[in-house]
Structure formats: C-alpha cells, structure tokens
Design a protein around this ligand. Structure first.
Ligand code: B3K
Ligand code: ZN
Length: 887
C-alpha cells in the first residue's frame, strides 16, 4: 500500500509502448511458502517511438533475486528499482532480459496476480495483476507469444495448466513434476493464466464448423464433479451460436475451464484457460436456483465469446475496456435471448440499467462508456462500461439492422485480428461496412450521464395527425458540465382501441420496417424535435422506447388509464412491463405522500384491478406476469425520490409494504389460484417454461404470505417438500421475511444443517439472513461475521452477507442511528488492506449519500469522512472516497 496520494492517468496521454516483447518465457517453481518466477523476455524497440528511451518495466511486490541482459548479470548500478517499476537506462535495440524473483502467493489476499485459493494456485491478471508475478510491460498493447513451465509437488498439485497447448510433462523424480505449455497466439499479459491443483475434470469435445476437434475440460475439486454438466452444455451451445450468428470459430485444440472458490468477480477469459468463480460454473438442481443456472449459462458464454471479442482483437489501453466488455455483454445478452425468453431477458437487462447503471450515472463515480481518466482501473469494471457499453452496441445494431451489423462485425474481426485497438476502430468498421454515418452517435462513448427524453403527444382530430414532441437533455456529471445532443434511436408505436395502429411519418416513404407497420425507430438528434404521424384515425396512446431502444430515462405524462391500456394491450412486451412499473411507481409515490402527511393510505383500486386482471390472464407468459407484478425495489424508489427532494427510507418502505399488502389482499384468491396452477410436476429442468412457472408461483407465495398469516403454512409445506433449490430458497425467504421468529429460526437452522457442506448454498443462507427485517438485523449480521461459515477473505461470502445487508435490508442498513453505516465502514476498513478491489466495490451504497434526506444522508457522509481520514488507503478505496466527497 502506498503512502503517497495516487494520481490519475489520462486517455489523452496515451503513447504507444517504447518497447515490444516478441516472446515471453516463464518458469514457475511453486512451493508451500513461496514461488520463484524466472522470466526471459525477448524485447525490441518499437520503431519510431521514443528512440533512446530507457526500458521501464512494471512490477509490484516482487523480490528481485537476479537480473541479466543478453545473458550477462546486471550489477546494482546498472538498473534501478522503485516501488512499482524496474528501469534500465541503457539497452540495445534488441535484447533478452532475464530475471528471477520471489513472490508469496500464500500471502496474496488481494486475489490479483498469483495466489492460493484453498489448496490450489491460480492467477488473475486483468487488468494489471501480471506485474505482481514478474517485471513486465504490463499493458494490453504489448502482445507476446508465451512459453510457460510450471514445477510443483506432484502429490499436492497433480494438475498443472497454462494457456495454449501442452508441450511436455516430466516427472522430476523428487516428488516434483513439471509441465510445459505454449500458446501460439500472441497475447497481452492480462490474458496469461496458470493453475496448479489437485483437480478432476469433466471432459467433452466439440467439432467446429471447419472440422477442428476441440477437447473441452472443466476442472473442479473431486466433490464438485457432478455439478459441471450445465456449464459444459452451455459451452457447447455458445461455441455453436458464435459460429452461426457471428461466423466465429474456436482456434485451438483445447478449451479449459477451472473453478476456484476465492475470486474477485465472475470469471476471466484467459486464452484457452478460463478461470471461473465456482459460483458461476457449478450447478445442480438440488443446490442451484433457476437464476443460478441462467447466470452460469450467460457467464460461460460471455467468457467464451471473449475469445474473439477481447482476445483475438484486444484493447489498446484500459480506457477502451468497453470495446471488449460492452460488445461481449451485447453478444451474451443476444445469446441468452436466443436460448430463453427474449422479452424477459430484455426486461431483466433494462431493470439493471435503470436501477443500478442510472444510479451510477447520477452519482459521484459517473463516467463515460470510454472513461477519459482513472486512478485505479479496477474501479472501472462498472455497469457503465459493461451494461451501458452493451446498450451502445445494441443501438448500433438497431440503427444498422442485423445484416449490416454482421458485415460490420466481420470487417472489425478481419481487419483487427491480432491487434490491440480502440472503440473508434469498432465504430469505423461498423460505419464502413454499412455506409451509415455514426458521427454524432460517437458521443455515446464520450459523454457520461443518462439522457432524459421528455415527450409530449398531440392529436389533431381534424387533420388526423399525431405529433410527438421530443426534448433531450443530460444533466451535468463530474467533469462534464455541458452536454451535447446525442443520436437516440427511439422506437415507437401508437396504440389504438383495437390494437397498435399502422404508422406513417409525414413526408417519409411508406413505413415498411415491420410487417404490420406498427413499429418505427425515430432518430432523435436535436435538443428539440417533432415527429408528425399522418393518417391517424383515432386518438392513440403512444408506446414509447419499445424494447428499451436506448439507455435513457423517458418522461411522458401518461394518465393511469393510459398506462393500464399499454399494460394490457400494447404489442411490445417491454412497453407492457414498463407501463406496469410506471403505474406501480405512481401509486407508490402517491401512497408515500399520504404516509408523510399522516393521511390514511389509499391504494388506487384501478391499479389493484389491473394487476388482478393480468394475473387472471392465463394466455400470458407467467414469467412476464411475474415481472409485471413485482414492485420496484426500495433502492430504486430511493433513487427516484432523490430527484424529488431527498429519499426518506422509512416512508418509502412503509409505502411499499402498504401497496404490497393491498395487492395481496385484493387478489388473494387469484394469487392462490396462480400458486396452485403454476406447480411444476415434471422433473426439474432449467428451461424457460418451468422457470416461468416457478417464478410466478414463488411470487404468488410472497404475496400470499403477506395477505394472511395462515399462508405461511404454504411456504413451510413448500420448504419441506421442495425438490429443487429454486423452490426451497423461495420458501425459506418467505418464512424468514414474513414468518414468526420461531418459524424463521427453525427454517434457517434446518437449512444450514442440510447444506453446510455446500459452500455455494451456505452463501445463499448468509444472504437470506442479511435481509431478515427488524431491529435485530444488524446484530445478526455482525454475529454471522464470526460464524464458521463466514470468511472475510472469500469475496462470495462478503458479497452475500455484507453486500446482502447493504443492498437487501434498506431499513436496517439505513438505521437512523448510523450503526448500519458504521458496521459497513468497518468491514471496508478491514478489506482496504486485504482486498482493495472488494473494499472499493462495497463503498458503492455509501457513495449515494446525497440522495438521502436527514439524518441518513449526513450519517453516510460522516462514515465516508471517517474512512477518508484513515492512514494508508489503497488507490482503489482512495479514488472512490475522494470522488464521493467532492463538494
Ligand atoms: N474480463 C474479466 C474481468 C476482469 C476484472 C478485473 N478487475 C471478466 C469479464 O468481463 O469477462
Ligand atoms: Zn467480459
């Protein structure tokens, strides 16, 4: 940890590397108390860049044992070592540099570089972890061919893996063995990986369209061998999908996945050796929920897709991170949509955008999809770079259409194969292949913040025209006071009495975009703009932002009747869902107002009736019905309230509980009927039909438990008889949230007894406990920090318990006495030293302090200030704190 204040680096200061590395030879000697790393780098000057410059290599926490240039050992005066670098002033144009260093993977709790997870050695190098392994040009525009040898004790580490192909395996005769690997594809250091452990594998194979036979292996601990099937099936589906949809084939004979328990994020796309958080690869019906199965499928696909969007074509610098992440998230989202329900997937992604990414955009860490500065790159693996980045790619897809988009991606992959490039290169390829001008569109990469579209509608009965007036604006964000208009694809329809009306824009050729001409994508480019539809025979209700066609907030002054019409009859699934949300929000805000003014709360019967009608309609997809009847969360309501003068957690909570209960009681018989109707009798399978039924059934259970105490019996019966984790956990949640203390304790104890040997299930148990309501919540969570099942070094456990409390227990996290914040801050303080990346991520809920009215807002700020005054902050935590406290 540094004492000096870390400083920012800027995109505008980018310079190509002064040296390139053609070949990298690494030899690892792994021991129980240390690892010795020998590196031989074949370097040459990058022609035309910085002639005569010194060689400066990155390196952190390395103990130098030996250094040689072209085979000659360098003496102390011939190089200089600093905390983060090693420099050699005088080097020829082409040379080899060899070094030997000692590192301590056993003590590496940051889970970055080479570290130990339980009994195995593994690595995580993205973004800048390779410099904790050896001195190197640790930047993505330096790409080398890697040869790796790994030596370790044979009994403890029978499996030794790295990238590429195995080239040799030797028994060294002294209880140790060695494996050699060679990766023929030049790659940046961030894609390097090594694994050594006592692992078993599930093996399969895939034949590519071009006839290459690829061996697929998933490596896990022996106890988890029965939980790999779903990941393997997902991998094969992804490989086929990328061939069919993008024409991209796999390029080596081996593709390996390894599951590790201690991992900072979901997974990592290292070339041919993907390393996964075990929570994102292991699945079984008994231990994994439907959501878990879907996550595994999506993450396996995401990492696989990176082989082209990330590895074959990589990023020039980390400001371009969204080049690979935004594009790959778009690819995995389309894959998931093709594998399951497209509308449900879109609704889920729009929900993440609106509830979490919009909050990031409105907070102190707001940044563009392509940031222009950062202190610590780890802080920029954000929803903005990933999810908004994917929305930006989706908008290009919408503007170009699927065929031209595919031409653009083909051109991008062909033109830049083997290169490290920029977001601009991606946009250029899309432009050139399609002949579309994306000039103004580029602002999406550079401008931070969520655009607001204010829309008004005007029907002229005599002229039979309907005019949409659209205004766009984006609020200032840190460092960007002025915003420019963006090109926003706004998909619209007009809903009439008997369904969606045909659309004809005045002065335009007849609309042939969709078969029935009821859907049109308007291109909003100005600050204010009007679109006039002609031949409109009745007063319509506008159906706006169909399919969530752009990552914007949209305001239109709908009446509740109009929202009911959209919710029940529009032909766009996203708009139907969105109308239900808007209706719920307007009712929730009304009830909150009544509560704050000490009036009797009254929930609009129109809303209750619309919900019940929806629930009665058995022709609809139960998954969509469930999504439409799920009320927006308290966190999101707080974000909305922030814009209306400061969120009050208590009244938001009370309003939500009031509306939930009113809906539960109003439709009690219908909920019961939905609960019974949606039972799944077939053997468990994570398929769309079953997932949909379980989703509506378990939502019904939540409402029923609120309607009447006796219905807790349904939850207890479901818990006792559940044959899969989805139903079991849903019942446990209901009992824990709504049951008596005794019922809750009994169920939680039983669950732990049953599942204590399954770490991933125990994490769910920790999370359920973190969300138990009531005054005792904080003490319960504090107590669990000492539980045998908890370990502060394991990020999954921290996310479940500490993240679960901060994000899933709003009333107790935001206790008026500030004790929730202090507890949270103390955990961050401990992690600041041991795992700065996780510490910085946990800070997110506190950074929203400006949203909250007194006393919460002030108490959150006080906790941030306390943390900011601590000595020795990691750059990760320092960056978030300092940006959050700017006046
Ligand atoms: N590329 C990795 C993320 C690395 C995060 C480093 N702090 C996983 C992914 O997005 O696929
Ligand atoms: Zn990714």
């Amino acid at each position: 940890m540094r004492d000096a204040r870390p400083s920012a680096i800027y995109l505008k200061d980018y310079r190509p590397p002064a040296f390139l590395i053609e070949r990298t030879e690494l030899a690892f000697d792994l021991h129980e108390d240390r690892a010795i790393v020998e590196a031989t780098l074949h370097l040459r000057r990058n022609s035309g860049v910085g002639a005569g410059e010194a060689l400066v290599l990155h390196g952190q926490e390395l103990e130098l044992l030996w250094l040689a240039l072209d085979g000659r050992e360098l003496g102390e005066g011939e190089y200089s070592l600093a905390e983060d670098s090693l420099s050699i002033a005088d080097v020829p144009d082409q040379f080899t540099l060899s070094s030997r260093c000692r590192i301590r993977p056993q003590d590496n709790t940051s889970l970055e570089g080479l570290y130990k997870s339980r009994t195995m050695f593994c690595t995580q190098c993205e973004a800048e972890g390779f410099r904790k392994i050896t001195w190197y040009l640790d930047r993505p525009d330096v790409m080398a061919e890697f040869e790796v040898s790994i030596e370790a004790e044979k009994a403890r580490y029978p499996v030794l893996l790295s990238n590429g192909n195995p080239v040799a395996a030797e028994d060294l005769g002294n209880g140790r063995h060695r494996a050699r690997w060679h990766d023929p594809f030049p790659k940046p250091a961030y894609l390097f990986a090594l694994v050594a452990g006592d692992l078993r594998s599930v093996d399969d194979s895939f034949t590519t369209r071009g006839g290459r036979q690829v061996s697929l292996r998933i490596f896990v601990e022996e106890k988890d061998l029965d939980k790999c099937d779903h990941a393997m099936i997902s991998l094969k589906k992804s490989m086929r999908w990328d061939e069919e949809v993008y024409g991209r084939e796999y390029d080596l004979d081996i593709f390996n996945i390894v599951a590790v328990d201690d991992f900072n994020m979901g997974a990592m796309e290292n070339k041919s050796l993907n390393i996964f958080n075990s929570s994102c690869v292991l699945c079984s019906p008994e231990t994994t929920t439907d959501k878990g199965f879907q996550t595994v499928e999506a993450i396996v696909a995401h990492e696989y897709f990176h082989n082209w969007s990330g590895n074959r074509v990589t990023c020039r610098d980390w400001f371009q991170l969204s080049l690979k992440e935004g594009f790959t998230v778009f690819r995995d989202a389309e894959f998931s949509a093709d594998m399951g329900s497209r509308t449900v997937k879109r609704v889920e992604d729009a929900t993440v955008m609106r509830t979490a990414q919009f909050a990031e955009d409105a907070g102190p860490m707001a940044h563009p999809v392509r940031p222009d500065s950062f202190i610590e790159i780890s802080n920029f693996y954000t929803l903005t770079v990933y999810e908004k980045g994917a929305e930006v790619v989706r908008m290009i897809h919408t503007l170009l259409g699927p065929e031209a988009f595919r031409k653009g991606s083909d051109l991008y992959f062909e033109r830049h194969d083997g290169q490290a490039v920029t977001c601009e290169d991606f946009v250029l390829a899309m432009e050139e292949a399609s002949g579309t001008d994306l000039g103004q569109f580029r602002r999406w990469y550079a401008q931070a913040g969520t655009p607001l579209l204010s829309v008004g509608g005007d029907y002229d009965e005599d002229a039979q025209t309907y005019t949409l007036s659209v205004r766009q604006s984006t609020a200032p964000t840190p460092g960007q006071p002025e915003k420019q208009p963006l090109l926003i694809p706004l998909a619209v329809g007009l809903l009439g009495d008997a369904g969606n009306l045909p659309l004809q824009l005045e002065g335009e050729a007849p609309n042939v975009e969709s078969e029935d001409n009821t859907h049109l994508v308007l291109k909003v480019t100005e600050a204010e703009q009007q679109f006039v539809f002609s031949g409109v025979r009745e007063r319509p209700v506008p159906s706006l932002l169909r399919g969530f066609s752009a990552p914007v907030r949209l305001e239109y002054n709908y009446s509740r009747e109009e929202l009911c019409a959209l919710m029940s009859r529009d032909d766009d699934g996203f708009v139907r869902w969105d109308a239900a949300q808007q209706l719920a929000i307007s009712v929730l805000q009304e009830v909150e107002g009544q509560i704050r003014e000490d009036q009797a709360a009254r929930v609009d019967p129109l809303y209750l009736k619309a919900c019940e009608t929806l629930l009665q309609d058995t022709s609809l997809d139960p998954a969509m019905v469930a999504e439409m009847l799920r009320l927006p969360g308290e966190g999101y309501l707080a974000e909305l309230a922030a814009r209306r003068g400061g969120a009050r957690v208590e009244s938001i909570h009370l309003a939500r509980e009031t509306v939930l209960k009113a809906l539960a009681l109003h439709a009690e018989a219908t909920w019961l009927e939905a609960y019974r109707r949606n039972v799944v009798n077939a053997p468990y399978a994570p398929v769309a039909g079953q997932i949909a039924a379980r989703s509506l059934r378990n939502l019904s259970l939540e409402y029923l438990a609120l309607a009447r105490e006796e219905h807790i019996a349904l939850a207890r019966a479901q818990y006792a008889s559940a044959g899969n984790m989805t139903d079991s956990l849903a019942a446990l949640r209901v009992i824990s949230q709504r049951g008596t203390d005794a019922q809750r304790d009994e169920a939680l104890d039983d669950f732990y007894r049953r599942w204590q040997a399954e770490a991933l299930v125990v994490n769910q148990w920790l999370q359920v406990q973190a969300t138990v309501p009531g005054e005792g919540a904080l003490a319960r969570v504090q107590g669990l920090l000492q539980h045998e099942a908890f370990d502060l070094r394991n990020p999954n456990k921290v996310r479940s318990l500490v993240g679960g409390f901060a994000n899933g227990n709003p009333l107790q996290f935001h206790r008026a006495d500030g004790a929730g914040y202090r507890f949270h801050g103390e955990v961050i303080e401990a992690l600041n030293t041991s795992n700065p990346q996780i510490a910085a991520r946990l800070l997110a809920p506190l950074t929203r302090w400006r949203n909250y009215a007194a006393p919460q807002g002030a108490a959150m700020r006080t906790e941030l200030e306390r943390l900011a005054a601590l000595p020795k902050l990691s750059p990760d935590v320092f960056e978030v704190l300092s940006k959050s406290l700017v006046d």
